[in-house]
Design a protein around this ligand. Structure first.
Ligand code: C2E
Ligand code: CA
Ligand code: CA
Length: 700
């Protein structure tokens, strides 16, 4: 025993190792120092933990012999700090707890013996460590930051499958052992490490000579990732193939269907989400198909689940084949990554097809899939011919989020089934967007009166010959709480299509008559107020009575009101229209035919309508200077009106040129933006006042 420890000690001495002795007891330090220097050791001393740390940083001894109880910093604290500073420090042997014993041993002249024991313990622990590393498949390496030189541990050599080749241990040699596809990534990881950047770990593959692929995890000590610290980088390499395999199994269970091996629902959803982002970014289309096997339940029930399973597996294969064929036809790698077949559940499969330029592209693929799946199949002695139904939804045309695109493809699939199966269908809006808008408008209209969302604007009508404001036309405005401002051109037809028009019309009639009364009472010189009446309401029983009551309620002379009725609609039931017009005329209100020129009134009827005025539709006025037909029609209407002693108003007059031209045609009454836009109630008196001040109209 003594013999062997002595020889171990001699070996150590021959390499002149540096021993750091840490003790506050000067005597003990000197004694130990003397004894060890005699044996050829180099000695450094420190009288407390702090000094010891300084010495370690300065000299990096090969071994530290340290007392426990010391002033300033005790042995335990010093050990702890040392470990924090150098997490991977393996060379120095810290004998914190042995300190007392060493001193004791020294004092009893057994220094060498103790040291030898320690060395043996070190050897044992080295041995243990190497065994543990081998079990953990953990190798280690060190890179000199300045020279870039790398050293490997024995275990690393084994892990890289180059045990027999002792010559190589460099970054390049390690890179050479890595899977070719992983090399450039690993190289830049090492490069970043050397410059003090990068992540602490990197995974890559190594292919062994027996052909097996191993997954390795390189890990660097974080301390050394600090760029301010020159010196060496220490790292470990671990074979994590088993963990990798477990992860793969978990992934497989979580994201793949166990029967067909296809991606499952979760996987599919994730992929569409990713695709959606990427297609949004480059503004491109992709298709999602929902495929359901027709009458699958019958196969399952009559031939059993085993055949049912085989059937699903066969379909899975055929779908994958069809997709591969398609991407091969596209010859585009990105489309391959962008396409996916999944088993969504039961007998439902979903497909994602990237790179769709037109809807038709998806149609072509779908019909190919139908054909492929429809081909006869042999399933353990049974010949089966089955058909699928396919629904297609296109991003972004049919939907722009994951849920909607699947929902719509599913809906399209049901349409295909209803259409007789073995077919594909594109998603179609069950209700096109205008119909949806109309439905929303209708719903909101119902609440509009109660919520007081309507108001009226008034557009002046001027006779430029006599300089007289002959009237104002009331135009309804709707500021909806939910839809915002909605133009009458949008909601009046909806109101007419539902039974809401009479409610709206009644409100207009009452509000307009009350307003007119107010203005007259305020002393405004207004000849009359034109109110638009929907023919739907006009034809309703009780309409004349309604007008009469509105007038009576406001104590307003009937001549102060003009009702505008659209020409085209009057013609639908001419006789009835004439009856009502006559009754209204009897009441004393003025009557105008709106949008004149657009309907088909024959002169014959026109003669029988007891009306006062024609309003030339703004469509003619708009083009009056540029379109000779429009000019001719306008001229004819004016001539006809004059001959029938009817008044004429040109509406939609926007420019002075249009106005001047109309004057040459002897139409002097105009309405339009040139004179004024429709005005709010409050703006009307001011407007009239301004015209009087400018001398454009006469004062009352
Ligand atoms: P409309 O009876 O032909 O009314 C004239 C339309 O032309 C108004 O549009 C008016 O703002 C617009 N307009 C006036 N001057 C010009 C111009 O110089 N240039 C152009 N481009 N447009 C001009 P608005 O207010 O949007 O009304 C549209 C239609 O809605 C009306 O056509 C009328 O048919 C209907 N409407 C409006 N208010 C009511 C109402 O109270 N009851 C009923 N039943 N229908 C109404
Ligand atoms: Ca009108
Ligand atoms: Ca009009």
């Amino acid at each position: 025993m003594r013999q062997s420890s002595a020889s171990a000690a001699t070996e150590l001495v021959e390499q002149t190792h540096l021993v750091l002795i840490v003790d506050d007891d000067l005597m003990a330090r000197r004694l130990l120092s003397k004894t060890l220097s005699k044996e050829g050791f180099q000695i450094v001393e420190a009288s407390n933990g702090q000094e010891a740390l300084d010495q370690v940083v300065l000299r990096m001894p090969d071994i530290i012999l340290m007392d426990v109880e010391m002033p300033i910093m005790n042995g335990f604290d010093a050990c702890e700090q040392l470990r924090a500073l150098y997490p991977d420090l393996s060379l120095p042997l810290t004998l914190a707890v042995l300190g007392h014993r060493v001193r004791y041993l020294l004092r009893t002249s057994q220094t060498m013996n103790a040291l030898a024991n320690s060395i043996q313990a070190l050897d044992r622990s080295k041995d243990l460590l190497s065994k543990a590393q081998s079990i953990a498949k953990l190798g280690s390496w060190e890179i000199d930051r300045e020279t870039g030189h790398m050293t490997w541990s024995e275990e690393l050599r084994r892990l890289l499958d180059c045990e027999n080749d002792q010559s190589t241990s460099s970054i390049d040699a390690l890179l050479n052992r890595a899977h070719p596809e992983d090399r450039s990534g690993l190289r830049s990881w090492f490069e970043q490490l050397v410059t003090g950047k990068g992540t602490t770990s990197y995974n890559h593959r190594v292919v062994h000579s027996d052909g097996s692929t191993h997954y390795m995890q390189q890990q660097v000590s974080t301390r050394q990732a600090d760029s301010e610290q020159p010196g060496s980088l220490y790292g470990t390499s671990q074979d994590v193939s088993v963990q990798h395999e477990h992860q793969e199994q978990i992934r497989q269970l979580a994201y793949y269907d166990s029967l067909t091996g296809l991606p499952n629902r979760e996987h599919f959803m994730r992929r569409i989400k990713q695709s959606l982002e990427h297609h949004k970014r480059d503004n491109s289309k992709f298709a999602v198909m929902f495929l359901d096997v027709d009458n699958f339940k019958r196969v399952n029930d009559t031939l059993g689940h085993r055949i049912g399973d085989l059937l699903l597996e066969t379909i899975a294969e055929r779908l994958q084949h069809a997709i591969r064929k398609n991407t091969a036809a596209c010859g585009d790698r990105s489309s391959e990554e962008d396409s996916l077949v999944a088993r969504f559940g039961g007998d439902e499969f979903t497909l994602m097809i990237g790179q769709i330029n037109e809807r038709e592209d998806a149609g072509v693929i779908a019909s190919r899939i139908l054909e492929t799946v429809h081909a006869p199949m042999q399933l353990s002695g049974h010949e089966l011919v089955i058909s699928p139904s396919i629904g297609i939804a296109i991003f972004p045309d049919d939907a722009n989020n994951v849920d909607d695109i699947l929902k719509n493809a599913d809906a399209a699939m049901y349409t295909a089934k209803r259409a007789g199966k073995n077919a594909f269908r594109f998603f179609e809006e069950p209700m096109n967007s205008t119909a949806l808008r109309q439905l929303t408008i209708e719903n909101e209209l119902r609440k509009a009166i109660d919520r007081n969302e309507f108001s009226l604007e008034y557009q002046p009508q001027l006779d430029v010959e006599t300089n007289e404001i002959i009237g104002l036309e009331a135009l309804i405005r709707w500021n909806s709480q939910t839809l915002g401002l909605v133009a009458p051109g949008q909601f009046i037809p909806v109101a007419e299509g539902s039974n809401l028009i009479s409610e709206v019309g009644t409100w207009v009639l009452r509000t307009a008559t009350a307003q007119m009364k107010q203005w007259l009472d305020d002393g405004l010189n207004l000849k009359r107020l034109a109110i638009n009446i929907s023919v739907r309401q006009f034809m309703e029983p009780g309409f004349v009575a309604l007008v009469a009551s509105a007038l009576a309620e406001n104590d307003l002379p009937a001549q102060k009101i003009e009702l505008e009725i659209t020409e085209s609609l009057l013609m639908q039931d001419v006789e009835h229209a004439i009856e009502i017009l006559a009754e209204l005329k009897e009441l004393g209100v003025e009557l105008a035919i709106d949008d004149f020129g657009t309907g088909y009134s024959s002169l014959n009827y026109l003669k029988r309508f007891p009306i006062d005025r024609l309003k030339i539709d703004q469509a003619f006025v708009r083009e009056i200077l540029t379109n000779s037909d429009d000019a001719a029609i306008t001229r004819a209407v004016i001539a006809m009106a004059t001959s029938m002693q009817l008044g004429v108003i040109a509406e939609g007059v926007e420019t002075i040129e249009q106005l001047n031209y109309l004057r040459t045609l002897e139409c002097s009454v105009v309405q339009g933006f040139h004179l004024s836009r429709p005005l709010s109630v409050e703006a009307v008196p001011g407007f009239l006042q301004r015209l009087i001040l400018l001398g454009l109209i006469r004062s009352p």
